[in-house]
Write a protein that binds this ligand. Structure first.
Ligand code: COI
Length: 356
């Protein structure tokens, strides 16, 4: 059926489907994909602008085997979450930040991108259309995955002639199988995630494919994930495969500065502001791998991982442990402040949440 016909039937199905909670086991959500009801699609020709976006039933999409995204990795993604409040309303967290980050990434990847307003409106429409998939309070969140890809056909290396912006959603719980228990990291000393002048600072799909080899090897040895070092000096912390990293020593919290090879996480940025508002000194700078030996606490931040305490880090033949099997005091405090704000349990003095 054509998109137009699908749209005509949307509002009827919509009313019944959004009136209740989806019939799934809400207690044991992990971070696996669960198909939901609707996705959002919007297209644009190279040199043009995005328009006529619409909701469609969730399903497979058609792509030319010669599309820019399949052949040359011309693609970006975003990650966001929506929480259900006690009163049933839904909260988004800083959606315009994701929109802006996608615009910066699109510029790096020679792609047109939706305006901030188009992006945020599309996210709202997709979440509302899939409202029954937003977990009950305390059971998790609805993960929102906006994609931007070169969908037009190319053969020689060049920007694609057509682009697709797509949003799909899936209910999720904790990212790591450890739940909110501390994760165990291994420092990777051969493979690197990003290089100066490369694309480490934008959310291009290739950055994530590039870490799979080290991540799979680490998981096979029982580690939760990999911590990358800079590729020039091979001694400064960069980030974990899917999240940013913070090191706590006394009242000082340090995190690698954004310098082109590190993904500018929105949770990272928010945690820095929350920590400063609580009187911590936060330093964005080069963090030497040896500082891990002296740290009181280490934690990771990201949309998917939220704030995850690190229980141990292995580097070459040394293993250093933190805490006693749970959150350290600083990471616990920051986790609690951020998540209570995201879930609407405390007043949002930062004006970060958007209520639907
Ligand atoms: C996120 O945290 O939302 C991300 O995009 C990371 C991804 C690997 C799950």
């Amino acid at each position: 059926p054509s998109p137009i016909r699908r749209c005509a039937t949307l509002s009827d199905t919509f009313r019944t489907e959004t009136s209740e909670l989806a019939d799934i086991e809400w207690d044991n959500l992990g971070f696996g994909f669960l198909p939901t009801d609707y996705m959002y699609l919007m297209k644009c020709a190279q040199g043009g602008s995005f328009s006529n976006g619409e909701l469609q039933r969730f399903g497979n999409i058609e792509l030319s085997p010669s599309s820019g995204v399949l052949n040359y990795g011309q693609g970006l993604f975003e990650g966001m979450k929506a929480y259900r409040k006690q009163d049933g309303n839904i909260l988004l967290f800083r959606p315009e930040e994701n929109a802006l980050r996608m615009r910066l990434g699109a510029e790096r990847m020679c792609m047109p991108s939706p305006t901030v307003e188009q992006f945020v409106e599309a996210v709202k429409a997709t979440v509302l259309a899939n409202k029954r998939w937003v977990p009950p309070p305390g059971k998790g969140s609805l993960y929102i995955r906006p994609l931007l890809m070169g969908s037009g056909a190319v053969l020689g290396l060049a920007p694609a002639p057509e682009y697709t912006f797509l949003i799909y959603v899936s209910p999720v719980g904790n990212y790591f199988k450890e739940g909110i228990a501390p994760i165990n990291l291994i420092v990777e000393h051969e493979l690197h995630r990003a290089t100066p002048g490369g694309t480490g600072g934008v959310k291009t799909i290739g950055n994530y494919a590039a870490v799979l080899k080290a991540q799979s090897a680490a998981k096979a040895k029982g580690y939760s994930d990999v911590l990358y070092l800079d590729c020039v000096h091979k001694k400064y912390l960069e980030e974990v495969s899917s999240c940013n990293i913070f090191v706590v020593k006394g009242d000082v919290i340090s995190t690698p500065s954004i310098k082109g090879t590190i993904l500018p996480g929105i949770t990272r940025k928010s945690i820095i502001d929350v920590a400063r508002s609580q009187g911590f000194q936060v330093e964005e700078r080069f963090v030497d791998v040896d500082e891990l030996l002296e740290a009181d606490e280490v934690f990771c931040t990201g949309t998917a991982v939220v704030v995850s305490p690190v229980g141990s880090i292995t580097y070459l033949d040394k293993r250093v442990s933190y805490g006693e099997g749970g959150f350290g005091a600083v990471s616990q405090k920051l986790y609690s402040m951020l998540t209570r704000l995201q879930m609407g349990l405390i007043e949002d003095k930062m004006d970060w949440t958007v209520e639907l």
